[in-house]
Design a protein. Structure first.
Length: 490
């Protein structure tokens, strides 16, 4: 099959779009700004969901579901929150259509809502309005809730998975008796996201805190994980927010503490979205298509028969059935592609494009020799492997591939993280697609904004593992005690 994928060195943006479309992950919808996630793409998202959902439940959280529509008045109760989302909101004003008598369907002007409804851009307001009825005493705390949902943020410039008007995500919303407990929750969930990104997505991340300019609207602190893509741009892969008592006060959510005093509860929220799909593509893939870490690959091993006649196919199928049963018992997902309509070469290219970690090809001569041909997607290397003990060999090789994909991404990040000690050096590095640039900043939003306007780079985070060192801000020359990470970003 002809893949027709643009080289990432030639046009990274087109390369990304080509992979999304040609690997059958998603396509543009007839609804402007929205996407259709196709079955193969959705199967990857389902694996992401399943792993994260288990992690949430293992840390004591339960799933619930809250309304898609939020009364407009709820947003005005927390000033910074409404300001942060006002320009992205879709608003429902009417509840009925009618025929105009000429065969056209129009909005019925008599069916105007008394109060407009906002299509959920995030759920803090509707959830905290609900929590008011759920929380009365310290015995009701902590309240640890997660929601899997879709949200709408009206985007003018969209890219599949990375930025669409409607997207899928999860959002955790928790209530606590003390600030310390809420901060502990915020940091715990950041660790959950970081572990998932590194262990399952094979994507190294930097854990850090956002600057005040970059905080979530309504949060006292925003923690984040930042990853570096293969074009040297950063991608925010997950956030966890310490909300303080802002939403509790806005929606009057109080509890009676152990001493009998009435207090407002403390809160956190945290979330990741289908943006992770974009990160997965951009962190690992190549000009031949997707490269999927085995732990998230819907198909970990594909087996392709190469036969001359029906007798060959029958013998190969008998071997494959036995091997597949062994692999499945070891937790490995296997596909046997014995389609007659497609030639082996077409299948090889198809599964390479879709990022299947291991491909086995088996012919009549392989059966006689007790071998199979094995191809790795991460390195594109082929080798002849003995059939004896093949199931165990494959399990071990999948672990090796997972580690290799991570190590390659980690090495790329290390090679593309550079210190800058002057503003000219920062600009030069950014123009050279340096990736992360570590530099001193004076801590003021004014300096941060000036650098953003002049370089198109933002402070991605203040790393949590930062060492303290005396320095001067690269822009203002004012004293600084630590470096921050600058980068251009998605």
């Amino acid at each position: 099959m002809s893949k027709g994928i643009t080289s990432k060195n030639e046009d990274y943006s087109q390369w990304y779009n080509d992979i999304v479309m040609k690997a059958d992950l998603a396509e543009h919808s007839s609804v402007k700004g929205c996407m259709v996630i196709k079955p193969y793409g959705y199967s990857i998202w389902e694996k992401i969901q399943a792993v994260l959902d288990k992690k949430f439940k293992d840390t004591g959280h339960s799933n619930a579901y809250f309304p898609l529509f939020i009364p407009k008045s709820y947003f005005s109760k927390e000033a910074s929150h409404v300001e942060g989302f006002a320009t992205e909101c879709a608003v429902v004003t009417h509840y009925r259509l009618k025929n105009d008598g000429n065969g056209n369907i129009i909005v019925d002007d008599t069916a105007k809502l008394e109060e407009e409804l906002i299509v959920r851009p995030t759920s803090e307001t509707i959830i905290w309005n609900t929590y008011r009825g759920w929380i009365q005493s310290y015995r009701d705390l902590p309240l640890l809730i997660n929601q899997w949902a879709n949200v709408v943020r009206w985007e003018m410039r969209t890219r599949l998975f990375l930025r669409t008007t409607e997207f899928l995500w999860q959002e955790g919303h928790t209530a606590h008796a003390t600030a310390e407990e809420a901060v502990e929750e915020t940091e715990k969930m950041l660790d959950v996201y970081a572990d998932f990104a590194e262990t399952w997505m094979a994507m190294p991340v930097v854990k850090g805190m956002k600057t005040p300019n970059e905080r979530f609207a309504g949060a006292l602190e925003t923690y984040c994980i930042e990853a570096l893509m293969q074009d040297g741009k950063a991608l925010q892969a997950g956030t966890s927010h310490f909300l303080g008592q802002n939403f509790a006060k806005a929606f009057d959510v109080k509890f009676t503490n152990k001493e009998g005093k009435i207090e407002h509860v403390w809160a956190s929220s945290w979330g990741v979205s289908t943006r992770l799909m974009g990160a997965l593509i951009m962190a690992h893939s190549d000009d031949a298509g997707l490269v999927l870490p085995p732990k998230l690959a819907p198909i970990q091993v594909v087996i392709i028969p190469i036969h001359k006649n029906e007798e060959d196919l029958k013998n190969i199928t008998s071997f494959v059935d036995e091997l597949s049963a062994k692999l499945k018992s070891l937790g490995v997902s296997v596909k046997y592609d014995d389609r007659e309509a497609q030639r082996p070469g077409f299948k090889f290219a198809e599964y390479e494009l879709k990022g299947v970690p291991i491909r086995l090809a088996i012919g009549g001569r392989d059966l006689e020799n007790g071998t199979v041909e094995l191809a790795r997607r991460d390195t594109r290397e082929k080798q002849t492997v003995a059939q004896e003990g093949l199931d165990i060999f494959i399990v071990q090789l999948l672990d090796e591939i997972q580690a290799n994909i991570y190590n390659k991404a980690f090495q790329y990040r290390e090679e593309h993280t550079t210190e800058a000690n002057s503003y000219d050096e920062l600009k030069e590095l950014l123009d050279g697609k340096a990736g992360f640039v570590s530099a001193h900043w004076d801590g003021t939003p004014e300096t941060e904004q000036k650098i953003k306007e002049e370089t198109k780079a933002t402070i991605r985070c203040i790393p949590l593992n930062n060492k303290q060192e005396d320095g001067v801000c690269i822009y203002s020359g004012k004293p600084s005690k630590q470096r921050v990470l600058f980068a251009r970003a998605y």
